[in-house]
Design a protein around this ligand. Structure first.
Ligand SMILES: Nc1ncnc2c1ncn2[C@@H]1O[C@H](COP(=O)(O)OP(=O)(O)OP(=O)(O)O)[C@@H](O)[C@H]1O
Ligand SMILES: [Mg+2]
Length: 359
């Protein structure tokens, strides 16, 4: 089975409101998939349909090879779910909740005992096993929810914002657990607003906006798309400016000067820069001034250590040009790094673009 999950025009309507709009998505088997999107985008609704908690209005999906409409019981046996809002029995203890879940899946008495203890120890909640769930903190409830969802070792685990409210140590335990489960062949679907978490864990990411899938790629692929888009937008602007100048006059000295200035203005106006950081062992004031005057370089800062940080244009040649320039002028570079767009930048861009297109 290549895909753990496939959706086919999966749609959910609440009266006239389309919460999920003809979603077509494929999630590879044994992968960790990050499902992102702004509040109200349709993530939880999609997950509820895929876990057979609610029925689609139209379209369907396959989970672990089973159709969610035709075969919901088979789907339920293959999945585990940590819901966004913890759904446990508040007037039962931690252990009783876990036992109830184990009984639902028909685990033998020995296996039940073994798994409950193992999982409670894993997320560090065993010390509270005889406490009523009602008396637990938010993070403690989340831990019990995780125990309950893993009791039958599901092939596919849905986690809807599982680390909200967890302290940093418990968060790490859960991240390690996700990696461990995945290395054992479990598929994980992770809804999250925590971009660090998504980058750390997910091989593929889907961003949903207004019920529609806005983009789907690896985290690096999404960032590369942004760099590429910025580049082509800028090229368009440059072509536009050159066209205008050509119309104005033949390319004489004055229009070439204008062109130079206009190109620098494009860089400034578009405001899309990459941060470049270079360590230069023989840094001096003369070199600093020369670098500061380069046309594709802005906001140069000199640090006592000899490090220079600067914003440079996203133009393809910019990094190369700056480095050559430093070397040609006798600078000895001992380290360098550039800062690419973050997944958060991708999120903002994709959801803003979709918003604008929807308006
Ligand atoms: N039972 C319901 N009845 C009517 N509308 C609903 C219902 N459940 C969800 N919605 C609406 O569907 C949309 C999608 O909700 P959903 O919970 O799937 O968003 P989400 O992407 O999970 O958001 P969040 O990041 O806030 O958890 C929202 O506009 C929400 O108000
Ligand atoms: Mg949600």
């Amino acid at each position: 089975m290549k895909y753990a999950i496939e959706t086919f025009d999966l749609t959910k309507k609440y009266k006239d409101f389309l919460a999920v709009d003809a979603l077509n998505m494929k999630i590879e088997n044994k992968s960790v998939f990050g499902f992102l999107g702004p509040n109200g985008a349709g993530k939880t609704t999609t997950i509820k349909m895929l876990t057979c908690l609610i029925q689609p209005s139209s379209g369907t999906g396959k989970v672990a090879g089973y159709d969610i409409i035709k075969d919901p019981n088979a789907v339920r046996q293959k999945i585990g779910m940590v819901p966004q809002l913890v759904s446990l029995y508040g007037d039962l203890t931690v252990r009783e909740n876990a036992e109830l879940c184990a009984d639902y899946y028909g685990l033998s008495r020995d296996l039940k005992e073994e798994r409950i203890v193992e999982l409670m120890e894993l997320v560090d909640i065993k010390y509270a096993e005889n406490k009523l769930v009602n008396q637990l903190s938010g993070g403690q409830k989340q831990k019990v929810s995780i125990v309950a969802s893993l009791i039958h070792q599901p092939d596919i685990l849905f986690l809807d914002e599982p680390t909200i409210g967890l302290d940093p140590t418990t968060k790490r335990i859960l991240w390690d657990l996700i990696e461990e489960l995945n290395s054992k062949g479990h598929t994980i679907v992770l809804c999250s607003h925590d971009m660090y978490e998504v980058e750390l864990l997910c091989e593929n990411v889907g961003i949903i906006n207004n019920g529609r899938l806005a983009t789907f790629d690896t985290p690096q692929g999404l960032k590369d798309t942004i760099i590429e888009e910025e580049r082509s937008q800028k090229n368009l602007r440059i072509t536009e400016i050159m066209g205008k100048l050509r119309e104005e006059s033949e390319m004489n000295g004055e229009s070439l000067n204008k062109l130079d200035k206009a190109l620098v203005d494009v860089e400034k106006e578009e405001g899309e820069f990459r941060e470049l950081s270079v360590m230069i062992s023989n840094m001096n004031q003369d070199l600093f001034e020369k670098i500061s005057n380069l046309p594709l370089v802005f906001n140069v800062h000199q640090h006592k250590s000899g490090r220079l940080t600067m914003d440079i244009s996203c133009a393809e040649c910019a990094v190369n040009d700056v480095l050559y320039f430093i070397i040609e002028n006798g600078g000895n570079i001992t380290s360098l790094s550039t800062k690419d767009p973050s997944l958060e930048d991708v999120f903002m861009k994709v959801t803003a673009k979709n918003q604008a297109e929807g308006d």
